[in-house]
Design a binder for this molecule. Structure first.
Ligand code: SF4
Length: 702
């Protein structure tokens, strides 16, 4: 394959695979291998290979549209559409106050867009009500990471360390479906003599490659981690010197773990005591080991404590902040990492600063040219924001998200969205949420614009523009510029406050992030182009004689980012999920992904090849449950929870626990899995309980 072309990165997941784009027929681009990018070394999954199809899709939006007096979306000029948005948001603000206007962003937005969106919300609209769909992705891991280490960066080490460690425990992660090129790190781990333990209620394609597969009942992986920690202590596997020198809080945590006897944990989780002992042996025998989590433990109403339990295991065994060891989170969305660092999260300012920190407010307000006291405080988290639509919040600007499909308790969220006074959506296609809008603004996509993303390793990357966008389409930065011009705000007026050139925005982001936990001040577009990415933190040289900072691929090797430099244990205990099975709803539902679709499917469902591979939802169930229901492969099944009903064909497999069914969540309509999911929130991260709820399953009679 060719290796020339414009170096770019995939628009989808957090692996941010490198690719080259070359001109194709009819003004399109084609994907070519880019072997020099170290993360994927040229490999791509089907989503990445077919990503250009969305650029030239027939269903691509190329004109703004506004809702007519008859209630239908009709084409409009940019001038008219932007006026309508400014008028809609401005009217709500004038009538009900700034916090009645909300902004909802996305983990796929570039760093520049996430930064500009946060600034737009707080400076132009003056609202505290901004959050993004990344809250539904990795927020529990972020909260647990900050609590234990003082800092959250998905992986505190590069992926290249994974094959060199001795054992990896993958908890609720299925990279065979979510990011297939990353599987080679696990293959190489095993080739090097390391072992792989997979914790998942399903025997996924990833679990098939494991040396040990532990299949706990959904919602019990906190107890599982406690059982392992109990055995670590009981078998004398604690790294006493490390615990003494590099951590605090061990005694309370140890006592909590000792209350979780292996036999008790076996009863809760369904994982046998011999399996627990084997896991401890595999994890503790080698000199180095890692725990990597993904959405399984994180998307629970006890997600922060569940991840915290796995971090406690790492700390007790001396696995964090040491070479080739540690805890990491496999972030999901393309810019899930950068998207949470630069100000579109309800409680944060650029540079991963806390919105409640007076020094952080003063610094960022100085960059923005506003009074620190004028900056609003923290707002509602993503689900709470969506739940308040039509009541506390009357108007919404939505960018890069499709909550009608991706939010929990989706029928309720859809009903809340319909009750808004005004909704504006920026998107590339008419998603299920955009279809409900009063104004739809068609925006540019990945290959049509330059910008930066930060992958799951904390590696900041430059995506370059490879082709001109279709006529009639504008960038999200141009949209914010146009709205700021109409609504006012920003030092020097909107011309200066909301530049449309991504590099100009990045230069401001560098200044705003300087000195913060996620310090990008030493990173420039030039460096990103020359160095194939730079890991944050990367502060700018302090004086003229100072060397350029190389970036920080590995965190915590000398000290953690806490006040005293020590990692903090937090004692946690097993607790039930928000909804446990009962006579009426006797089965557990868990949700997840398939390889050919991405998130709400707004883009990938429009790609022929991907649709052919994964044309619709399904209900995965065990043969014993299928027999009890009297259903055969492909029969329509109704899955009913307290929140609604979804119908999809049966897929019968012994790879799932008999007490559990699984549905992928990429589709709308009657097979929408999120119609069923529970919106109970984690008290710290505000993550909803996507991964477990109680349902009943019924055969659908024709
Ligand atoms: Fe790589 Fe993820 Fe894109 Fe697939 S979707 S090509 S794994 S970045």
């Amino acid at each position: 394959m060719e290796s020339s072309g414009t170096p770019a990165h995939c628009p989808y997941c957090a692996l941010q695979c490198g690719m080259n784009l070359v001109p194709g027929a009819g003004g399109t681009v084609e994907v070519r291998e880019r072997a020099d990018f170290p993360v994927n070394r040229g490999a791509l999954c089907g989503k990445g290979r077919t990503a250009p199809a969305v650029l030239s899709s027939d269903v691509r939006l190329t004109s703004p549209s506004v809702r007519s007096a008859e209630g239908v979306l009709v084409p409009a000029s940019w001038e008219e559409a932007l006026e309508r948005v400014a008028e809609g948001l401005g009217r709500t603000r004038a009538r009900y106050g700034a916090d009645a206007v909300a902004v909802f962003g996305g983990g796929g937005l570039t760093n520049e867009k996430a930064y500009a969106l946060g600034k737009f919300a707080r400076v132009v609209l003056g609202t505290s009500q901004i959050d993004y769909n990344g809250r539904f992705c990795m927020s529990s891991a972020a909260a647990a990471g900050v609590r234990a280490f003082g800092l959250d960066r998905g992986l505190p080490f590069p992926l290249e360390d994974v094959p060199k460690t001795g054992c990896v425990i993958l908890v609720g992660a299925n990279p065979a479906e979510t990011m297939p090129p990353s599987l080679r790190y696990l293959t190489e781990l095993k080739e090097n003599g390391g072992t792989l333990i997979v914790v998942d209620p399903r025997r996924t394609r990833t679990a098939e490659q494991a040396d040990l597969h532990l299949a706990p009942r959904p919602g019990t992986d906190l107890a599982l981690a406690l059982g392992l920690l109990h055995l670590v202590v009981a078998e004398g596997r604690t790294d006493e010197a490390y615990v003494r020198e590099r951590t605090t809080g061990w005694e309370e945590t140890r006592a909590a773990a000792m209350a979780h006897w292996p036999e008790y944990v076996e009863r809760i989780t369904g994982v046998s005591v011999p399996e627990l002992r084997e896991a401890v042996r595999l994890f503790c025998d080698p000199e180095a080991a890692m725990v990597l989590t993904a959405r399984g433990p994180e998307q629970q109403s006890k997600g922060t404590d569940t991840v915290g339990a796995w971090i406690n295991l790492c700390l007790a065994t001396g696995r964090a902040g040491r070479p080739l060891s540690g805890y990491g989170c496999l972030t999901g969305q393309g810019n899930g990492q950068g998207g949470r660092e630069h100000g579109q999260k309800a409680d944060q300012l650029p540079g991963y600063r806390k919105l409640t920190d007076p020094a952080a407010r003063a610094h960022v307000a100085g960059v923005w040219g506003v009074d620190p006291d004028s900056l609003p405080g923290p707002g509602r988290s993503a689900y709470e924001l969506l739940d308040a639509l039509g009541t506390g919040i009357r108007s919404l600007l939505l960018m890069g998200s499709n909550p009608v499909v991706s939010a929990p308790h989706a029928a309720h969220v859809e009903e809340r969205i319909r009750s808004l006074d005004f909704l504006a959506v920026c998107d590339v296609v008419l998603s299920e949420t955009a279809a409900l809008a009063d104004v739809v603004l068609p925006v540019t996509q990945w290959a049509e614009e330059t910008g930066t993303t930060t992958n799951l390793e904390g590696r900041v990357l430059l995506r370059r523009r490879a082709l001109a966008p279709p006529e009639g389409v504008r960038s999200d930065l141009e949209v914010l510029h146009g709205l700021a011009a109409r609504l006012g705000g920003g030092r020097g007026g909107p011309e200066k406050g909301f530049p449309t050139e991504p590099e100009e925005v990045f230069e401001e982001l560098r200044r705003a992030s300087a000195g913060g936990p996620a310090d990008y001040s030493g990173i420039s577009y030039r460096r990103l182009a020359e160095e194939n990415g730079v890991f944050w933190p990367c502060p700018a040289p302090a004086g003229t004689g100072d060397a350029v900072h190389p970036g920080t691929p590995r965190l915590f090797l000398d000290r953690f980012a806490t006040g005293d430099g020590r990692a903090r244990f937090t004692p946690v205990a097993h607790r039930a999920s928000a909804e446990e099975p009962d006579d009426e709803y006797p089965v557990l539902l868990t949700t997840g992904r398939v390889v050919a679709q991405y998130q709400s499917g707004a883009q990938t469902r429009r790609v022929e090849e991907l649709n052919a591979a994964a044309p619709g939802p399904f209900v995965e169930l065990h043969p014993r449950l299928a027999e009890r229901l009297g259903v055969a492969e492909g029969d329509p099944l109704a899955v009913v929870s307290r929140r609604g009903r979804a119908v999809a064909p049966a897929r019968i497999t012994a790879a799932i626990r008999p007490d559990t069914v699984f549905m992928p969540f990429h589709w709308a309509g009657e097979g929408r899995a999120n119609t069923l999911t529970h919106p109970a929130l984690d008290p710290i991260s505000r993550m909803p309980e996507f991964k477990v709820c109680a349902v009943r399953v019924e055969a659908v009679t024709p």
